[in-house]
Design a protein around this ligand. Structure first.
Ligand code: AMP
Length: 203
């Protein structure tokens, strides 16, 4: 018996990016998709936080930027993503959360994937309006106590998203890779919407 008959294996979307402003639920949805699709969720923010906590060289390089809500320099971020995507567990697929975040990172991701001999299957954009995001982020700040969940850093991250990251979705749209999903509502429902949209795109 093979588990290739479980119905999920055929044409399953495997190399994905999830985009959306802070607070749109990217991390939550990335984790759920990763489980459903049996691929790792790779969050650049989580990798930076783990390195900062662990006091590594990478953490030292990233800390001053993440604390302010600024982007960590591309040279640092790109090298980290290149290493991570080359690891064995990403060979069958991955969902990238938090990367790419600017136009140069889009180009770099293409190069990394070409070098690995693979290509993206889909890009999910989770949408939510700014008021809803600010309310969610204020709540998260209370619960998680993240160092970069200060009012200034939150506003800075939302601005950077609007200025540098949101415009990237049109490039993916032109390539026929983009699915836009409303990020407001029940968590399960949103996961369902994403899976349906991706299946329609890839299938
Ligand atoms: P996140 O958990 O996605 O909100 O990321 C937290 C912080 O990590 C961001 O505010 C940035 O400082 C840094 N970061 C995460 N991903 C990237 C990226 N692709 N490029 C540059 N900086 C990043």
């Amino acid at each position: 018996m093979s588990n290739a008959t479980d119905g999920q294996s055929a044409a399953r979307p495997a190399r994905l990016v999830i985009m959306g402003p802070q607070g749109a639920g990217k991390g939550t949805q990335a984790a759920r998709l990763a489980e459903q699709l049996a691929i790792p969720a790779i969050s650049t923010g989580d990798i930076f936080r783990a390195n900062i906590k662990g006091g590594t060289e990478l953490g030292r390089l990233a800390q001053e930027y993440t604390a302010k809500g600024d982007l960590v320099p591309d040279s640092v971020t790109n090298a980290m993503v290149r290493d991570r995507l080359a690891q064995d567990d990403a060979a069958q697929g991955f969902i990238l959360d938090g990367y790419p975040r600017n136009a140069a990172q889009v180009v770099e991701l293409d190069t990394i994937l070409t070098d690995l001999g693979v290509a993206l299957d889909g890009v999910v954009e989770l949408t939510a309006d700014r008021d809803e995001l600010l309310a969610r982020l204020a709540k998260r700040a209370e619960i998680e106590g993240r160092e970069d969940d200060t009012e200034e850093a939150i506003a800075r991250r939302l601005d950077i998203y609007a200025e540098q990251t949101a415009p990237l979705t049109s490039a993916y749209d032109e390539r026929g890779l983009l699915v836009r999903v409303d990020g407001i509502g029940d968590v399960d429902e949103i996961t369902g919407r994403i899976v349906t949209a991706l299946t329609a795109l890839v299938g």
